[in-house]
Design a protein around this ligand. Structure first.
Ligand code: ACO
Length: 335
């Protein structure tokens, strides 16, 4: 059986920086509250007319990843696109990337697993490579949150957290045993689907139905988050799934060179860091600059860490995510 390795990484974030002070001008919030609760100082928002969309940002990140993998776009055999904010209700972002990058008629698959989207997507890619079906797979996580958030005081508990951006990775077949993606571990618990969700427009909440309802009282078209419930579940599931991955490979926390947690909230990352007794050098966080970019957060953070020379050949890298669904997962990688 083959293994897969990450052969190229890239990310793209829109130029428009939105600070906490900027938000405090349009809603009742403040820098101290946001930083204390989430660690976020600023995030990027697509600006109307700047030419970005979820799939366009994905393409920008993908081009960098493909170039760094030293291959051509024509070597890519499958696109996997993870997002909760596709350009269109359907079709998904993968086919738009295929068109914009002028790729061959390769398959394009969208993954709808929110904050865990990238971990799920690389797990799927890893299986296709392990079985020998494909040699090079492009995996993208991209989100355009800003246009769909409630930017009034009513939505402040959610809208201050999220940012826009995209990250991409190329997974390539390798025959080096014990290197590359060692294992992935995925979970879900649909009982909590509504605790972090956007219910409409959807087939449960068609547009005419939403319009007919009083939008002041029933707002299924904005994301809803039960923040404290999500926080409590996140810290437990992050720890469980990291432990599961380590145990599956006969490793322990002290073997981790770099943990890249989904950038949900700096307090969640710090909690997990403490549980595993990891130093600041063993955990990479950039939520301070970008907010929570959902499916894009891990590939953006992984790319930044790699660009800064924080990931070296032979290092043990752990990716871990938790989010809406609830879904969660981890990937154990020997770089
Ligand atoms: N600015 C100022 N005040 C605010 C804001 C804001 N942006 N948002 C809420 N408040 C107010 C509330 O109205 C409330 O006021 P009240 O006491 O007068 O009623 C008060 O602050 C406390 O609100 P809580 O919601 O109880 O605040 P909490 O301490 O739980 O922090 C937070 C909220 C940051 C969302 C927290 O619950 C959390 O971090 N949850 C984890 C969820 C998370 O990280 N989600 C990320 C996305 S999911 C994922 O990626 C896994």
């Amino acid at each position: 059986m083959y293994t897969s390795k990450i052969s190229g990484l890239g990310y793209y974030v829109p130029e428009n920086v939105v600070t906490n002070d900027d938000l405090s001008k349009i809603m009742d919030t403040n820098d101290a509250w946001i930083q204390e609760r989430t660690g976020i100082k600023e995030r990027r928002h697509i600006k109307k007319g700047d030419g970005n969309s979820t799939s366009i940002m994905g393409v920008k990140a993908a081009k960098i990843a493909i170039e760094r993998a030293n291959i051509s776009k024509d070597d890519i055999e499958l696109i996997i696109f993870a997002t909760l904010s596709p350009d269109m209700y359907f079709p998904g972002g993968g086919v738009r990337v295929q068109e914009m990058m002028d790729m061959k008629t390769i398959p394009a698959l969208d993954v709808r697993n929110q904050c865990s989207g990238f971990v799920y997507a690389i797990s799927v890619a890893d299986q296709f490579i392990k079985t020998g079906m494909y040699k090079n797979i492009l995996v993208i996580g991209s989100e355009n949150h800003s246009g769909g958030l409630d930017m009034s005081t009513r939505g402040r508990g959610v809208s201050v957290i999220f940012g826009d951006g995209a990250g991409a990775a190329v997974l390539t077949r390798s025959d080096k045993e014990g290197k590359g993606i060692l294992s992935t571990h995925l979970h879900s618990e649909g009982a909590h689907a509504k605790e972090l969700s956007l219910e409409g427009p959807s087939t449960e909440h068609w547009v005419p139905e939403i319009i007919a309802e009083n939008p002041q009282e029933n707002i299924p078209y904005y994301p809803y988050m039960n923040g404290q419930f999500v926080f409590k579940n996140a810290v437990v599931r992050f720890s469980e799934v990291i432990n599961e991955g380590l145990q599956a490979n006969n490793l322990s926390a002290s073997d981790i060179n770099m943990l890249i947690p989904h950038q949900a909230n700096l307090r969640i990352s710090q909690f997990v860091q403490k549980q595993f007794k990891l130093s600041n050098d063993q955990v990479y966080n950039n939520i301070q600059k970008y907010g929570n970019t959902t499916a894009a957060s891990i590939p953006i953070a992984l790319t930044e860490a790699w660009e800064k020379g924080k990931i070296k050949e032979g290092d043990l890298i752990v990716l871990a995510a938790f989010g809406s669904g609830f879904t969660w997962g981890s990937a154990i990688i020997r770089w």
